[in-house]
Design a protein around this ligand. Structure first.
Ligand SMILES: NC(=O)c1ccc[n+]([C@@H]2O[C@H](COP(=O)([O-])OP(=O)(O)OC[C@H]3O[C@@H](n4cnc5c(N)ncnc54)[C@H](OP(=O)(O)O)[C@@H]3O)[C@@H](O)[C@H]2O)c1
Length: 257
């Protein structure tokens, strides 16, 4: 299937590892151009060098910046504008699922989770929307199945991820037909150095038992599998899809809805 992504101009917020890195590499593989954001310059630089070597220096840009920082965006978007003349796709991938196992975490914890999961995505959408409106492009939020059902993830994280699903629907209806807005709800995704890797290091038996008991496909998802779903949703093949939340969880939430 030709996804029609050749030469598309893509921004991925949260791109130096895990799902965001796989999404960035996936778009490059399809012939798109990709601007990557992450806060720590070292790891970002490392992946930039690798991807520029593979796909060409003019096709990959990297910005060490916090996507929640409104002041960081003008220079990033100026640079993308002068390099590529606009933006077709924005991926709001930043999120952090660490948190306490409490029914109602304290207000400080709620604010922190809201900031790193909802506000970071909102800021990415706010900054990139004018360019997406100009190009007739698309926006994708990375939520989580934790935002759809109780799966044992922290309350504060789950609530912020639910809000992203609501934001997807609101924006999709209000921006159609010019801009498409969708979201991805990943299940458990393993990669070395990721959050599940840390949990496996701490207690491999518990994690294995959890996966066997809760995921019908009996395994973790991979960043590449998340990237495939993101690429499809942002492609011309998904031109009639907006306001949707695509669950990619190995069946974990089937029967919970
Ligand atoms: N992994 C899973 O099992 C899973 C399951 C469901 C949903 N998700 C969601 O999928 C998304 C990606 O997950 P992941 O596991 O790949 O995440 P991750 O390993 O924590 O990677 C997050 C990426 O975002 C960057 N980042 C974090 N905060 C940022 C900020 N404020 N501004 C710019 N960049 C920032 C990180 O680099 P720096 O730290 O250097 O900034 C890193 O590149 C998240 O939204 C997560 O909630 C993940």
């Amino acid at each position: 299937m030709d996804l029609g992504l050749k030469d598309k101009r893509v921004l991925v917020a949260g791109a130096s590892r895990g799902i965001g890195l796989a999404v960035a590499a996936g778009f490059l593989r399809e012939g798109a151009r990709v601007a990557m954001l992450a806060r720590s310059a070292g790891p970002l630089d490392e992946v930039l060098c690798r991807l520029q070597e593979e796909y060409g220096p003019e096709r990959v840009l990297a910005f060490p910046a916090d996507c929640s920082d409104a002041a960081a965006w003008p220079s990033i978007l100026d640079r993308i504008g002068s390099a590529w003349g606009g933006l077709d796709v924005a991926i709001a991938n930043v999120g952090d699922g660490r948190g306490p196992q409490e029914a109602l975490p304290d207000a400080e914890r709620f604010a922190e989770a809201w900031g790193s999961n909802f506000s970071a995505a909102e800021a990415t959408a706010r900054a990139t929307l004018p360019l997406l409106e100009a190009s007739g492009g698309c926006l994708l939020f990375v939520s989580s199945i934790a935002g759809l059902e109780y799966i044992g993830a922290p309350t504060d994280y789950s609530v912020a991820k639910t809000a992203l699903v609501a934001l997807t629907k609101q924006m999709a209806r209000r921006l159609a037909p010019r801009v498409r807005v969708n979201c991805l709800a990943p299940g458990n995704v393993y990669f070395p150095g990721g959050s599940w890797d840390a949990k496996i290091q701490a207690d491999p038996q518990r994690v294995e038992a959890l996966i066997q008991a809760t995921v019908p496909m009996k395994r973790f998802g991979t960043p590449a599998e998340m990237a495939d779903a993101v690429l499809f949703l942002c492609s011309e093949r998904a031109a009639f899809i907006t306001g949707s939340c695509l669950v990619v969880d190995g069946g974990q939430t089937v029967g919970l809805h």
